[in-house]
Design a binder for this molecule. Structure first.
Ligand code: ZN
Length: 132
């Protein structure tokens, strides 16, 4: 309706009808996660694993009431797909439970039990450097 009106009144409105279109496609892009405009989005940004140099840090922790030992793999890239896949491989390799977290700055994987040897083996096979 608005368009038809503009066409009908073409000459009269020509001078001052400045329809506003955003010429910047990025300005109208929406974040796939929160559906906010990208400029408004506060979602944590994921890193590109291929271009991310990192050294995974292994350490032991006691967790829970029973004080169960878990092997923590810290300083991993903050990328959910990468973490999910690596956690699955580690769980299979170690034959134990595990989980991953996206921390403020990086990704963290926890595998139940003292599995440092097996974890190191798998990380080496995955060409992931590690220490600890
Ligand atoms: Zn977002």
């Amino acid at each position: 309706m608005y368009k038809a009106g503009v066409l009908f009144d073409h000459r009269a409105t020509m001078k001052d009808s400045r329809l506003v279109y955003s010429s910047d496609p990025l300005a109208n892009q929406k974040c796939p996660k929160c559906k906010e405009l990208v400029s408004e989005c506060t979602c944590p940004k994921e890193v590109d694993v291929k271009n991310y140099k990192f050294v995974a840090v292994l350490r032991m922790e006691k967790s829970g009431r029973g004080g169960k030992t878990v092997t923590v793999i810290d300083q991993l890239p903050k990328n959910e797909i990468f973490l999910r896949e690596l956690t699955t491989k580690l769980k299979k390799k170690c034959g134990s439970g595990g989980t991953y977290f996206l921390d403020k700055k990086e990704g963290v994987i926890e595998i139940q039990g003292d599995k440092r040897e097996l974890i190191r083996e798998l990380l080496t096979r995955e060409k992931i450097k590690s220490k600890g």
